[in-house]
Write a protein that binds this ligand. Structure first.
Ligand code: BV8
Ligand code: ZN
Length: 253
């Protein structure tokens, strides 16, 4: 992968970097993305069917089974070189704000800190009724018997149903995380967008705000995409591209 020198220099000399990640950054950890034609989870389920509060209230066992299956996949996976390169950026640069759409904890397990989760986390289930956090998740969730059904547990405090700690379609994003992501995008001089199709709102506004505020936006994605002024792309898998980019940027530092 040949990295344009000016992009490597822009990274090395960056005052405030925003890293904005989507499901693609976890792809090389073996976690299917939502929209990849072959393996995407979206391919297997109709999003309108499962990732909504209505679906959960209509069929809690179907939705809870899907999330437990995904949590099992995450527990069985490990951070890949893309997550590790991003954690290294946090150590090398003066200021890095890491914003993710992902609900896995692979950035944290790679050593990143202060991760802004715009869509919540698989590891923070809570009560539908009293919102109490639920701490008794099975550390080794089994593959739900017979497909995807698994009855959710009940809240220890009020007996309500436990739901996944993610933001479903139609639900608003955590206000503080979203505002901090927008503020960082407006302040940064470079935004690294890794592994996202940019189809989900309002998260998709983060790179837009950066570009409109005069920052350069560098996309890392195996799919080429149309670029606007101030946007650049390194077309390839994040687990290969990011280590090369860091190597080039910090080789003589
Ligand atoms: C809200 C948690 C309202 C759950 C998720 C029309 C216009 C604007 C908005 C809307 C609209 N119609 C509907 C909406 C609203 C809706 C929305 O955006 N819909 C989309 C589909 C159009 N948004 C919402 O509902 C949001 N809430 O708007 O609330 C409101 C307002 C006020 C008050 C109350 C309510 C909530 C959205 C959050 C949904 N939850 N996740 C779960 O995980 O199950 S979104 C889900 O998609 C995941 O979080 C995922 O991260 C996210 C985005 O997908 P990507 O991460 O980009 O993943 P994707 O598969 O799409 O792409 C992967 C990319 O990686 C690809 O480009 C691929 O090429 C690349 N890749 C593959 N391999 C690699 C790679 N890249 C690098 N390396 C590799 N190896
Ligand atoms: Zn409760």
């Amino acid at each position: 992968m040949s990295i344009a020198p000016e992009l490597a220099r822009a990274l090395a000399e960056c005052r405030h970097l925003v890293v904005f990640t989507g499901a693609g950054v976890s792809a090389e950890s073996g976690i299917p993305t939502f929209r990849d034609a072959l393996s995407g989870l979206w391919q297997r389920f109709d999003p309108a069917e499962l990732a909504t509060p209505e679906a959960f209230m209509r069929d809690p066992a179907l939705v809870w089974g899907w999330y437990e299956w995904r949590r099992m996949r995450v527990l069985q996976s490990a951070p890949n070189p893309a997550h590790l390169a991003i954690a290294r950026l946090q150590q090398r640069l003066p200021r890095v704000t890491l914003v993710t759409q992902n609900v896995d904890d692979l950035h944290e397990r790679a050593g990143s800190s202060g991760v802004l989760h715009l869509h919540g986390s698989l590891h923070q289930p809570r009560c539908v009724d009293c919102a109490a956090p639920f701490h008794d998740l099975d550390p080794q969730p089994a593959e739900p018997e017979g497909g995807r059904r698994l009855a959710p547990p009940h809240c220890r405090a009020c007996g309500g149903l436990i739901r996944p700690g993610v933001v479903w379609f139609g639900e608003s994003l955590p206000e503080q995380a979203l505002q901090r992501a927008f503020d960082a995008a407006a302040d940064c001089d470079l935004l690294l967008s890794v592994g996202t199709s940019g189809q989900v709102w309002p998260a998709a506004q983060v790179p837009q705000i950066a570009r409109q505020s005069g920052a350069r936006v560098l996309h890392v994605n195996p799919q080429a995409q149309a670029l606007q002024a101030g946007e650049y792309a390194l077309v390839g898998a994040a687990g290969e591209v990011l280590p090369s980019l860091l190597q080039r940027a910090f080789a003589d530092r």
